[in-house]
Design a binder for this molecule. Structure first.
Ligand code: HEM
Length: 144
């Protein structure tokens, strides 16, 4: 039985993503990566992606996470910040333990390919692509 099959309320995937991207779009550093991205669109994409990844219907037609971020300079520190926000959303929406554990594991499986040691490791997906590397805001303070 998949994690999806165990869910009594499958709408929870959407609610977690909605909660999560609200945090992301409010975050002083993480939000800088999303200035050109529609919040409803990414919420929907992520909902479809995770639904398929945990054994539900596969309606996701975007890029795999391994191919969606080559032009973004994402550090381990930023990845950890994102992870913490996701953990908070999972908790706030009362995700069952099996869903939380699987979701975090899926995200973690992309850490190595998404995180980069240097901006020189970024690659444009198309010639018109711009390298996305918003630095940490000078007044950024870790919260929580
Ligand atoms: C700090 C880490 C991350 C940042 C800053 C980030 C940022 C972004 C941004 C800005 C986009 C929109 C790209 C575009 O449409 O051009 C995106 C797309 C996406 N990201 Fe991430 N991401 C991060 C980590 C992850 C992780 C861990 C996953 C694993 C599930 C993931 C999955 C996706 C997916 C599925 C898309 C949609 C791709 C598409 O629509 O083709 N991201 N991400």
């Amino acid at each position: 039985m998949s994690v999806w099959d165990e869910l009594t309320d499958t709408e929870i995937i959407y609610r977690i993503n909605k909660n999560f991207y609200e945090k992301v779009y409010e975050h002083p550093w993480l939000s800088l990566y999303f200035v050109d991205i529609d919040q409803d669109f990414i919420t929907d994409q992520q909902t479809r992606f995770i639904t398929g990844a945990i054994g539900g219907p596969n309606t996701y037609s975007g890029r795999m996470p391994s191919n969606a971020h080559p032009h973004m300079y994402i550090t381990e520190e930023l990845f950890d910040i994102r992870k913490k926000l996701l953990e908070e959303s999972l908790e706030e929406e009362k995700a069952p333990e099996s869903l939380s554990a699987t979701w975090i594991k899926i995200d973690e499986s992309f850490r190595r390919v998404i995180c980069k040691d240097s901006i020189n490791d970024c690659e444009k997906r198309y010639t018109t692509d711009e390298i996305l590397a918003p630095g940490k805001p000078y007044n950024y303070k870790k919260t929580g």
